[in-house]
Every structure is written in structure tokens, then in C-alpha cells.
Write a protein of this length. Sequence first.
Lengths: 178, 239
Amino acid sequence: MTKARVATVWLDGCSGCHMSFLDMDEQLIELAGLIDLVYSPLVDVKAFPAEVDVTLVEGAVSSEEDLHKIRMIRERTTVLVSLGDCAVTGNVPAMRNLFPVKSLLRRAYEENAAQPVAALSNDVLPKLLERVRPVHEVVTVDVYVPGCPPPANVILNTVRAILSGQPAQAAVNSRFGM
Amino acid sequence: MSVLQEVKTLTINGREASARGDETILEIAREHGIFVPTLCHLHGLSPVGGCRLCLVEVEGANRLLPACTTRVGEGMVIRTDSDRLKGYRRMILELFLSERNHTCSVCVSNGYCELQSLSRDAGITHVRVPYRYQRYTVDASHELFVADQNRCIMCTRCVRVCEEVEGAHTWDVQGRGIEARLISDMNESWGDSDSCTSCGKCVQVCPTGALSEKGKSVAEMSKRKQFLPYLTLMRDKWK
Ligand code: SF4
Ligand code: FES
């Protein structure tokens, strides 16, 4: 049997979903028999490859870089999974949507900084979008797995369900917040 | 015997049932172990039919009817679980989730919230309408409690318990539609309220984390709603 080509990406999230993925513990060995992890913060591949079967997306879309990445990933992925509350709802990253980006940057890098930097005229900082958005507001999402984070067994069952062609059955035991 | 106490026979989800004429569709559904989701309704408070989550189909009616405010009638044929109703309920819950800022993961009531658990039970995995991201007030001026309107769904349970059970009428609603929001007294901060008795009943009946006890952190604010049926039972006995 050929292994499925699976990727995971980390946009604006805390990496908790990836930690939860690792919490599969010994079941990771079973999973390794089913998939090739072709791109992920957990492996050392620099560029997102073509023809990926399943991509798990952690995190909301917050910056222009996130936006560029997720569009490219969507094009190269067959089944795109919105993994965790940040990807699904915007969650904590989206709490900044109640403030304009300018005042946010000033507060973080000027007013509250021990060594202030001119945040608004700085080209090292990633360009923030005016609003943080859930992944499905930007690209088409095929499977949603809410949870902060979704438990390891929910992630495993989701991947299994997708690989056996039943994505609709994924994520039944998951809810916002968790 | 008053007309309202006459026994009515009806059909609910294909099952024959009988009920007293003063019972609501919601009551008869619950007596028969049929789950109808509710948010604004709370046993012990007057029903207002505000959230529309409990809408049911009644044969011959030209619209859907809220189970919590509709009395049973002779020969009624009621459906509580059609795909159409499930679709509307999902839509209502998604609109609630998108209207204010319900960030479950950092909410005091994470794990205890009725909006959160009803959403899961309704199979909601994401919200199909755009989130509004409007700012609402957080009033922490009261010595014991916090009112975070980012998490309020305007069910008015707090308003009703305060008026009908505590008799204080500290809470009320200002504005209409999407502009509606909760106010204490004459739109003063809660801590300055002369009418509030600090009984905490509003906090305990609030279905979300909008009203909470001070000092509670994420996922610590469970609510104790059991006092309400007991108080109203005793009050009715006294009458
Ligand atoms: S504060 Fe709570 S009880 Fe009061 S209207 Fe809002 S959600 Fe309902
Ligand atoms: S519970 Fe009936 S309308 Fe809210």
C-alpha cells in the first residue's frame, strides 16, 4: 500500500495542536505506517511540496505571510483540515480584532516595550492583516476539528477517517474550547 | 375544572400523549423524554420565547412555534426533530456564536456553558457566517461578580430572575435588536447599583460566562441552577 502524503502547518496558533498531535504517543508508530509526513514543523523540510493528500492546519490567518501560505497550501492539498479552535474560529489570536492593528503594534512595541522599536515603519515585523480570520473564511476547508486543542485521539481518528474515505465521520467528539 | 386543566390528547414525534391544557409543548416534550434545545427558557422563570431555539412544527400552523411559550391543544400533531428544525437550530446557534466574542478556550465557563454544549450537540464544527468582532463592555465594578457582555446572548434570564424571584429588578435591557444590551439600574455600573442585593441569582442562571463570580479562572465557573425550581416550588406552595 502506498502511504498517504500528509503535511501539517502552523499559522497563528500556540503550537498546542501540534503538541496534541504528539500526544498520540505510541500510536504515532501506527500512524507512521499509514502516512509519509512530507512537510511539518516536526520535520526538516523547507518548502511545502506539491500533491499533498491531507494537510492539517493549526492556527488562524493573521499575517500576509499566513494568507500567502494558506492559498498555496490549498492549491497543493486534496483534503484540507482546519485543526483546532484558532484555525476554526480565530480563537485567541482573533481577540486582537477588537483593536485596530496600529494601536496594537504601538501598544506592544512602543508603549509597553523596555526597548521600544518603531513598529509602524518596521519592515522586519510580519505585516499583520487588519483582521485575524478563521481558515475557512479565506480558502475552502474540507474537514473541521474544533477544540483547544483537539485531543490526540480525535486527531488520530480524523486522519484515519479521511484515509479510509469517510471525512464526514471525523471530529465527532470535539467541541469549541475543549 | 377550568378549561386550561382539561386533558388534551395530542401526538408528539409520532407518539400519542396526553397533557393538561395549561402545559406547554416544551413541558409535554420533556415529560416524554424528548429533548428540545432551549436557551432563554429556564424552569422557574416566566417564558419569553426570545431565543427561538425551541421552535417546533405543529401540523396546520402556518409558521414554526416556540415550544416554551405555546400551550398544547386538542389533537395537535407536533414534530420536534425534523431536519428543517435541526437546520434552523444550527443556524441560530451559529448566529449567537458570531454575534459577540465567545472565545471558549479562555472563558470562565468553558466546559459549563449551555451555548457551547448545545453547539456541540447540534453538530456545529464551524460557523458559516462571518464573526462580527464588536467590542462590548466588561463591568468588574461589583465586589463579588463580573459582567462580561462579550459573552452575553441576551437571553434575559438574569433580568427575569432578578425581577421575578429576587424582586430587585437591577437588570434590564437597553436598545433593540442587535443593539440590545444589558444594563444595571439606570445604566450605571453594577458596583454602584442601589437596587442590587448581591444575591448572585443572576450569575447562577446565566447560561454562558457573561456573569461570573470574581476570582474564577478559565473553566472554573460552573453554575448552580438547582436553587430556582426549589424557590419557585416553595413560593407556589405559599400562595
Ligand atoms: S448576562 Fe447571561 S443571563 Fe443575562 S442576558 Fe446575558 S447571557 Fe442571559
Ligand atoms: S427556549 Fe423557547 S424561545 Fe428560547
